[in-house]
Design a protein around this ligand. Sequence first.
Ligand SMILES: *Cc1c(COP(=O)(O)O)cnc(C)c1O
Length: 400
Amino acid sequence: MTDLDAQDPLAAYRERFVGTGSDLVYLDGNSLGRPLRTTGERLRTFVDDEWGQRLIRGWDESWFLLPEVVGDEIGRVCLGAAAGQTVVGDSTTVLLYKAMRAAVALRPGRTEIVVDRDNFPTDRYVADGVARECGLTLRWVDVDTSAGVTAELLAEAVGEQTALVVLSHVAYRSAWLADVPALTRLAHDAGALVLWDLSHSVGSVPTSLDAWDVDLAVGCTYKYLNGGPGAPAFVYVAGRLLHGEGALTQPVQGWMGASDPFLMGPTYTPAPGVRRMVSGTPPVVGMLALQDMLALIDEVGMDAVRAKSVGLTEHAITTAAALLPDTTLASPRQAERRGGHVTLNHPLMREATAELWRRDVIPDYRDPHGLRLGLSPLSTSYAEVARGLETVRAVLDSLG
Ligand SMILES: *Cc1c(COP(=O)(O)O)cnc(C)c1O
């Protein structure tokens, strides 16, 4: 234990996660969060009592509404979103598609989707597909891969032709933390809608989606929300887009998002409110682990989670400056512009990462030459970060 761990008010939460008693150094919680110990019991109870005993009755008793119930919890605990605007559903990729199609349909006559070249691949690929499908053009924003999209860059790209702007809150490579309210205002001033991808911020960096006047957002639950591999994503749609004449509709109009699924009627009428973003049968089992992490974050509070996150990334940066002067920081130095991970570049990082994994130190690698340290605030200790970076030093020395 270091002094930093001794002074960390959240240090005790680490042992609530499976595996934190071992010497393994886990610096990839932003790709797949560790499971909570309570999750094993929740899964067992679900099989034995709910699925096993309630059987099909479970749908009426609680499962049918789970996308909205868990969505509202994500909204309240993590997003700064009032109830009735968030649902859990498909993968992030599928929800990006549904949200982008829904958004461009609300801006008929406009011809462009704005997206940055360093956005996560799936966001770029889906935007490209939606543009092709709807006869629109992609307008690319070029960015510095050690930073991200600024107001100046976005201002040059948006205009009266822009239907939709698609951006990530925290850049998956550099951890650049976008100024959501400022960039949202720029999109709105141009008459466009904006879709924020919160995959690398939800559960790590707080948002105030309602106060920031965000239109749409999506995000992962298997990263900082510890929902487990393949846990479903969520989508947020501002209430003002969900009601009245011209309310948003999405393209995958399945029965579970219809106004009365069990009427099984001849035509689709969207459910009132955000339920319309649901398509098919909700992934009930996939939403179990996530509920444990939401309860824990609720107990701790997002502001305390963010304070620890900043502490960890700051510690990684100062330790790397001392131990790894031959690496370059490819993340913002300023904490206010940085999310929950840190990327360090070195020409040998690809080889180094493979060797680190063999030594039970698990960071991630991102081209070009980037070692990405994802520091999940509640399950990572300061000592773990230091041990990880000491091993990086040893591995680089052994390769050099
Ligand atoms: C992790 C991540 C995704 C993942 O999408 P899936 O459909 O869950 O594979 C999407 N967008 C961003 C920005 C991500 O970081």
